[in-house]
Ligand binder design. Structure first.
Ligand code: GAR
Length: 199
């Protein structure tokens, strides 16, 4: 059994797609959902069993002090024998001790074509606003490994969508979200398969 920990700060639609993707799997389990945001939609989704209603992952809420000034999250993830950490709309920088404890075992999705429109403060809707303001003709998604800098780890996968001059940030967000939902679960599965092959 390969065990995933999902980190999410927002609505959790990507977390939900990933959980649903593995709902029938006997090889992959969503073992834990972690969030820093007590109002995150992902909490209700996880407690409700995600989209299929079948995946009731325990939810752990943590605060900034616990995350950055203690080793408690790392210890918990190690104790639970987590194989892969999947960031799905998680907005805090991953602390060095967590990156070191899970080398090449943390993946993130970013709602733009990195290295453009990445870095601190570039998340969620801010990204789509910046894309439209810059007059870009395309945007997309980047799925990448996580290192100690925002949005800088090795790229695993990118997909693009057109941006036309009449598109609002909301329009771009919708196109990007379709790509996220279509590709993130599959790329996570590929990463897990690669990990199996090297173990
Ligand atoms: C997604 O668009 C994801 O790419 C983005 O947050 C959204 C979460 O949506 N992540 C970042 O901006 C990270 N820098 P969701 O809660 O519906 O999955």
């Amino acid at each position: 059994m390969q065990r995933i920990a999902l980190f999410a700060s927002g609505s959790g639609s990507n977390a939900g797609k990933i959980a649903d993707h593995f709902a029938a799997s006997v090889e992959v389990e969503i073992s834990l959902v972690l969030t820093n945001n007590p109002k995150a939609g992902v909490i209700d989704r996880a407690r409700g069993g995600f989209g299929t209603g079948q995946i009731h992952a325990p939810v752990l809420m943590f605060d900034r002090t616990t995350f950055y000034q203690t080793n408690r999250i790392v210890e918990l993830l190690q104790k639970q024998e987590i194989d892969l950490i999947v960031l799905a709309g998680f907005m805090w920088l991953i602390p060095a001790q967590l990156v070191r404890a899970f080398p090449n075992r943390i993946v993130n999705i970013h709602p733009a074509l990195l290295p453009k429109f990445g870095g601190k403060g570039m998340y969620g809707h801010f990204v789509h606003e910046a894309v439209v303001a810059a007059g870009e003709t395309e945007s997309g998604i980047t799925i990448h490994y996580v290192n100690e800098q925002y949005d800088e780890g090795a790229v695993l996968f990118q997909a693009t969508c057109p941006v036309v001059s009449t598109d609002s940030p909301d329009d771009v967000a919708r196109k990007v979200q379709l790509l996220e939902h279509a590709h993130y679960p599959r790329v996570v599965e590929e990463v897990l398969n690669q990990m199996k092959n090297v173990q």
